[in-house]
Design a binder for this molecule. Structure first.
Ligand code: MN
Ligand code: MN
Length: 482
């Protein structure tokens, strides 16, 4: 039951479409490297396609009808898009779900320190990373600093070719005898992931700038000036941050700054058949789901696209899939269509179908021993469906019914979508989970699907343009299924 390579069957027109999709995808993941940036960009794309804020419809008490399109977000980190269909909402929705958070290093709340004329930013990693992969790469800072007056200051440093970048240093091999004998999980300790951010001391000609008779900066002098004597390099960094962003060191307390690989996603291979880029888990599924949601004309069943945060750390919190944000948003939409009330809401959710989309582990010839090739996902063989996920005997998995798998086979076959079924690696080699089990609690049909990825969770991940193209087509076919 080997699945065919999707590249074998493309027409010239399809290859043009595939390249155009790859181009816009590379642009999206190059410009949007945090969950906030992805949510903001997705809302802008939705607005351009006629989506309007749900909050506005609620405030105006405006009824929603077939063809109406609304978006909602929570805390700028998770969004729901709804395109009202012609069928009654109680008959259920076709839902595309994916996540927009990715593994990374986060700055600690008190990150800046100086030692031996070097200034560093301390981090706490987010999600499942191999720590040794994050050293010696050019890194960028993305995020927000929120001041006590509520002002949100966006920060992006390291993406413009003229920007400086940052990095975590590594020990030279000449002195690495002890380090190289350690286990890979210990080669680079979490607390060693400190980001080098300066080496030039601030010079203050005369820091006795008041007339209180005491040496040192005046009490009301800027923080960086007071710190210049003890930590002149850190002080220089603080002075630059205050000058450019108007932020002071205490503002790090209420900041979310993510340290991510600097630079753009690019074509990979002589044949340019692949994309190498940061954060493809799971923005490759999020972006293709979003495009499918935005592409369709008024559907029969109401179409929903939910892009969530916090999947990499267990889907927790107000912005993760476990949050009631999704259910509450659907409840608000149903109320405005005249189908309000708890019972109708839960009937609708139970009658819904969902593709919970997340990346799959692609077969890697360098690590062939971890895969069972009859049931592995392969680059270039199309959209992946995982009947189940989990680990150690399918533990913690959602398990889609055979009936629902059959339905998805039919939908994909009828739409000419290349697809493959897989499970993650050999039995007991490891495992993983996604958001699928959470919406499944509404008693709806949910199946894991997605795009195969090489080097998943590494700073630079690899996908096939063919799989991205097939995912985009498959998601649209799913939304239009009756
Ligand atoms: Mn994922
Ligand atoms: Mn992941």
């Amino acid at each position: 039951m080997k699945r065919e390579n999707a590249w074998k069957n493309y027409s010239d027109e399809e290859l043009v479409e595939l390249e155009e999709l790859a181009r816009s995808y590379k642009e999206f993941i190059s410009s949007n490297k945090t969950e906030r940036e992805c949510a903001t960009a997705a809302i802008a794309l939705a607005e351009a396609k006629g989506y309007r804020p749900l909050e506005q419809a609620i405030a105006e008490g405006r009824a929603l009808k077939a063809g109406d399109k609304v978006w909602s977000h929570t805390r700028g980190k998770a969004i729901v898009l709804v395109h009202i269909g012609t069928e009654p909402l109680e008959k259920g929705f076709n839902i595309l779900g994916a996540h927009i958070d990715s593994p990374r290093l986060d700055l600690k709340q008190n990150p800046l320190y100086e030692t031996e004329d070097l200034a560093l930013l301390d981090t706490h990693y987010y999600g499942g990373i191999k720590k040794y992969q994050w050293v010696t790469l050019p890194l960028a800072l993305h995020g927000v600093v929120v001041k006590t007056d509520g002002t949100v200051v966006p920060v992006v440093i390291g993406e413009d070719p003229d920007d400086p970048v940052f990095c975590v240093t590594d020990l030279l091999p000449h002195l690495g005898r002890e380090q190289m004998s350690k286990k890979a999980s210990e080669v680079v300790a979490a607390e060693a992931l400190d980001v080098l951010c300066g080496s030039r001391p601030l010079i203050i000609e005369d820091d006795d700038d008041d007339d209180d008779g005491k040496d040192g900066a005046a009490d009301d002098a800027p923080e960086w000036k007071k710190r210049a004597k003890k930590d002149p390099v850190a002080a220089f960094a603080l002075k630059l941050l205050e000058g450019k962003y108007g932020i002071v060191e205490e503002d790090f307390l209420s900041a979310e700054i993510e340290v991510v690989p600097a630079g753009r996603a690019r074509d990979l291979g002589f044949d340019r058949s692949m994309v190498i880029g940061y954060g493809q888990d799971d923005r490759v599924c999020a972006y293709t789901s979003l495009l499918a949601q935005l592409a369709i004309e008024t559907p029969g069943r109401t179409a929903v696209c939910v892009l969530v945060d916090k999947e990499e750390i267990g889907s927790v919190g107000a912005t993760g899939m476990e949050s009631l944000f999704f259910e509450n948003t659907i409840a608000e939409v149903m109320e405005l269509t005249g189908a309000g009330g708890m019972l109708k809401l839960h009937r609708a959710l139970a009658a819904s179908k969902m593709l919970s989309s997340d990346v799959s582990a692609a077969f890697d010839p360098g690590y062939a021993g971890q895969f069972e090739t009859k049931n592995a996902a392969f680059l270039g063989r199309g959209l992946v469906f995982n009947k189940f996920t989990g680990a150690r005997g399918k533990s913690s998995s959602n398990d889609a019914t055979a009936e629902f798998v059959a339905r998805m086979r039919r939908v994909m076959d009828e739409a000419g979508v290349a697809f493959q079924l897989s499970e993650m690696g050999k039995v007991d080699a490891g495992g993983g989970g996604t958001i699928a089990f959470i919406p499944a609690r509404y008693n709806m049909d949910v199946i894991d699907s997605g795009v195969p990825v090489l080097s998943m969770h590494a700073p630079w991940e690899v996908t096939s343009k063919a799989d991205i193209y097939e995912a985009r087509k498959g998601y649209e076919a799913f939304l239009l299924d009756d």
